[in-house]
Design a protein around this ligand. Sequence first.
Ligand SMILES: *Cc1c(COP(=O)(O)O)cnc(C)c1O
Length: 407
Amino acid sequence: MAAISSEDTTQAVRSEFLVFGAPDLQQTEVDEVVATLESGWIGMGPRCIRFEELFRQYIGCAHAVSLNSCTAGLELALDALGIGPGDEVITTPLTFCATANVVVHRGAKPVFADVDPVTGNIDPEQVRQALSPRTKAILPVHLYGRPCEMDPLLELAREHGLAIVDDAAHATEARYRGRKIGAIGDMSVFSFYVTKNMTTAEGGMLTTANAAWADAVRIKRLHGLSHDAWKRYSSEGFQPYDVLAAGYKFNMTDLQAALGIHQLARLEANLAVRENYWRIYDEGFSEMPEVQIPPQVPEELLESGSRHARHLYTLLVNSPTSPLTRWELVQALKAENIGTGVHFVALNLTTYYQQAFGYRRGDFPHAEYISDRTVSLPLSPALKEEDLRDVIRAVKKVLRPKLVAVP
Ligand SMILES: *Cc1c(COP(=O)(O)O)cnc(C)c1O
């Protein structure tokens, strides 16, 4: 057999490991962090306030509250709604465990509703079927950055008097039919974890149009202390304070906000880079029957002003055309020095959710289909185009060994 490619199959495609989800950090961030350190005020303070205001303007909402994580924000959102024991919150099984864990922390039950088999987002019809007299809220996740079908969810919420708290961890830049994610749900929560579209190392932001909820979250993020208690050690002098609630320690710090201010400034430019990288991957994999590329956003949605935030580029490993299973592919790519991710293992397949709530394999076939096959490829704007070419070469090498075999 003649060689189709001159690929050397004995050597890894890359000599250096390609980290999945590398952050794009630049000199502006370094300078701002140094300036924060030199200011002497590194806890929650003026930079958090500035970051909140910039983020609020970017989303176009009434209130933005900075937090130490998205998880903390989801927790405080459910707390502000008074969700507790005996209540149910409907969410997707195809998400990071934090989305459902926060429901459990409130003593409430996470009720999963299966996803759309194409988009992986929660299916409004399945939500309808999961409703019960105990349902208090719907917690959709804009999976991989693709906005959920919000209109039918909003309609369900209106009909049944439910709140919508959306997990926007992937969706900072996303829009749905001309409206910004973060300005649609009752409360929306964003993540600035290291691998997300913008990062503060750890951090999150809750947005809402409701002043009372925003106030409740502001108070509970800092122990339940009365307003502006973060200023208590400032030059204004120590003020008398009160404890209004048994709060949490969920506040952001100025060191994190120093990163956030500049990450936000580059957010749109970095999205443009990821959009370009997305196209490169699509072209690279479109002819491979072994994998399925992410579904396009339908023209109708694009024309009505929807936007995918391009957080995670995921392939579905087709069986039986692919010689490797998904976990085998992850291992094979690691051997080629390519880091990948799996987003996500459906929660009904995990030990805790099976033992605590009796969920089983077979409960959510669409989520399980994706969960069994999905693999996320590096997409960070910190990468170079050559890095993406390496990823494409590596995927082809491990899935189509015959095509690169030497005679
Ligand atoms: C990352 C992530 C979270 C948690 O975000 P943190 O800021 O790390 O708390 C929640 N939900 C989803 C879908 C995520 O991907």
